[in-house]
Structure formats: C-alpha cells, structure tokens
Design a protein around this ligand. Structure first.
Ligand code: FEO
Length: 394
C-alpha cells in the first residue's frame, strides 16, 4: 500500500526539512518542518505548489514516482512565499510545456522572484480548471498569509488545498494523514506556527474560515504538517480560536532579568498565583526563550504578566522586542499586569503602561515597582498582584 495517495488521484509529493534551523530566518524548528506539495491526476496532471528551492530535485523524484514519464500540465500556485514557490524554476525546466495557474498578484510575484517564461493562466474567485475527471476551483484568501494567497478546491474528492492555513511546524515522521500519525504531537506546533507566522492576520483568517466552512471539506491538505481528515473539526476550531485571539484561562509570565532580581519578582508572582489555585502558569525568561514559544503561549492563554528591568532608560531589550511583536500582531484583548524594576531611575513601568494604552488593554491592577532588590514590601506587592489576577481568572 502506497500511503502517498491521499484520495483517489490525489498524491502527496512533499518533502521534509530537518536541517533548516530557523524558519524565515527567525523561528526555531526543533522538530523540522514539511513543505507539502500535491499532485492531482486526471486526464491532465496538476501540481499544487512546489517546495523550498533546496529540495527541488527531491520534489521531481517524488513526482516521477507517481506519474513516471507523464508531464505536469499545470502548476497551481496557492502561495508565493519561497518555502512553496522556491522550486518553480526547477519545475519549469523539467516540464517546459507546463502552465502556471494562479491569480494576478501571484503571477506578478512569479515574474518578480523567478523571471521564468512559463505560460500562465490567470484565475479569479470561483474560476475552475478541468483536469478531466477532476476539477479544481480557486478561492481567494488574501493575507493568509500573503496578499496573493488563494486556496484550491477539488469538488470530486471534497479536498481543500489550503496553503498555509491549518499548517503546523513539525516534519512528517512517516505518516501523511492524521490517521497515520499521532495528531496530538502537532497541536503545540500548530499554535506556535500560527502565532509566529499568521498571528497578525486574525481578521483575514476569520474571513477565509467562513469560505472554507461553506465548502465542507472532508480532507484538508495544508502546505505544512499532516493532511487533515479525522481532525478537520479540531483544526478548524484551533484556527478559529486563534484568529479570534480567544485565550484559555491561564497566565504567561514573560520576564527579562539582568542579575536575577526581576526574575525573583516573576518567580514570586508565579508562586503566589499557584497558592491562589492557578494551575496554568507559564514562565519565560526572555533572554533565553525563543520568542515563537512565548508568542504561542500568549496566543493560547488569556492573561499576560510582563516583568522588565529598566535598561538604558528604556525597557530591557528582549522585553521590548516581545512587546513590539505583540503590537505587530494586533492582539485585541489580554488580561494584562506588569512589574518593573530599576536601580536609580525607573522607566520600565511607565513604558509598559504606555504599551498597554497603545494596545487598548486595561491593566488588571496597579503595577509592581521595585527599586534595586526584593524586600518585604515588594513581596507584599507581588502577592497583591497575584491575588488580583487570580480573582480575574476565577
Ligand atoms: Fe509556508 Fe507563508 O509560507
């Protein structure tokens, strides 16, 4: 049995990347990542998306294993980010008669990135491509994750080729569909992928979800991670919650610390929260944590506590960076509290207050401000803050 045939005439031809250490040069990949491409085989053959440039020859090999000497007639481009478009030139050289099918924005990007002379077919919302026995239709999903993004739908097989939507970090470990893998392995990586890559685009994701729900797909083929069949409802629910920025009850404490004093405030606050009965508490030392893991927890939970020393009259740089990433992602609501420290002149508390105002987040309670080191007064303040947070979560 060849498990690369996901549905009759639909084949997985993607690749795993276990060598790139940082996706987009930013986000760590402890479990690798897959670049998924799919063949739809009717009387004509369509390839849906390609893979990163480094894996082009492996993609060709996977295609040839399925169709032998037959040609790829159409290359459908759902998304032009180079982790999917990087092998367009390789494909164009191997299949010179191939036509590239996509919308006007994507076709402009094909020219801009790859300057190939491949013939093109421009499609608009709802247009169809008859492959003989299989039909593809195209539906625009701008900003999920770039402006040219679209999804493709094979009505005969009730299969959606969803681009980055419903994707996850984590390479495929043999199995391709969710009944061939342990889907639980991917939920954390799906949240981390979403919050790092797509997190800014909640409203467009909501729009796309409505479109996708209207199609009632039985199979979802994303560009990263497993193919969803049994778990279609679960992945739709995860994307729905994330794109509505809806957090589960829980507290993320993200802190920076130069010499351990601010860290002690963060640890004390966590301990006092636990004494108040709060169980979902995640601490991140921002000098060491990779920001995608912190973002992922902030997308997951409804309460955020930030602690920062004053550094050069500003916030501690890793804290500043995190706040900038949160602002970029337009997170509309979080229960927010903050703690600041200083040695001779405090700026961190003022700057975190300004951050909260700019996000239109109403802080749960007054901040804790610590001069130099921990004291009984600071302990009492951390206990007050923890109590107020626990009350909010109750
Ligand atoms: Fe997987 Fe937006 O590229």
């Amino acid at each position: 049995m060849n498990i690369t045939e996901i549905k009759q005439g639909i084949h997985y031809v993607g690749v795993n990347d276990r060598t790139t250490t940082r996706f987009e040069g930013l986000w760590s990949l402890p479990q690798g990542v897959s670049y998924n491409a799919y063949l739809v085989v009717g009387e004509k053959v369509a390839l849906i998306d390609t893979v990163s440039e480094a894996f082009g020859s492996r993609l060709l090999h996977n295609i040839e294993e399925i169709i032998g000497d037959r040609a790829v007639d159409y290359l459908v481009i759902n998304h032009m980010e180079p982790d999917h478009s990087g092998s367009i030139s390789t494909l164009a050289m191997r299949y010179p008669q191939m036509q590239i099918v996509s919308n006007a924005k994507a076709l402009q990007m094909v020219k801009g990135f790859y300057a190939v002379n491949t013939p093109t077919v421009e499609v608009k919302e709802g247009d169809t491509l008859d492959l003989g026995g299989k039909t593809l239709s195209f539906h625009m999903a701008p900003m999920v994750h770039w402006p040219e993004t679209m999804v493709s739908w094979c009505a005969e097989e009730k299969t959606l080729f969803s681009g980055d939507a419903f994707g996850t970090f984590g390479a495929l470990n043999g199995g391709i569909t969710d009944s061939q893998v342990c889907p639980e392995m991917y939920w954390d990586e799906m949240r981390r992928y979403y919050s790092a890559i797509v997190g800014k685009y909640g409203a467009p994701v909501q729009k796309a979800l409505q479109k996708v729900k209207g199609l009632s797909p039985e199979t979802i083929c994303p560009t990263h991670g497993p193919v969803w069949q049994r778990e279609v409802a679960t992945v739709m629910d995860i994307y729905d919650r994330l794109s509505r920025y809806e957090g589960e009850k829980g507290v993320v404490i993200a802190y920076g610390s130069m010499h351990g004093n601010t860290e002690e405030m963060a640890e004390l606050t966590a301990r006092y929260l636990a004494e108040e009965g709060v169980k979902n508490i995640r601490l991140h030392n921002l000098s060491y944590a990779e920001h995608s893991f912190v973002l992922s927890d902030i997308f997951r939970y409804d309460t955020l506590v930030v602690a920062s020393p004053t550094y050069n009259g500003s916030l501690f740089p890793p804290v500043k960076h995190l706040l900038e990433m949160l602002a970029e992602r337009n997170i509309p609501h979080r229960n927010f509290a903050f703690l600041g420290s200083f040695t001779w002149a405090c700026a961190s508390v003022r700057l975190m207050k300004e951050f909260a105002e700019s996000m239109k987040w109403e802080p749960i309670t007054a901040p804790v401000e610590m001069k130099q080191g921990i004291s009984d007064a600071v302990r009492t303040e951390c206990r007050r803050l923890a109590h107020e947070i626990a009350q909010r979560l109750a």
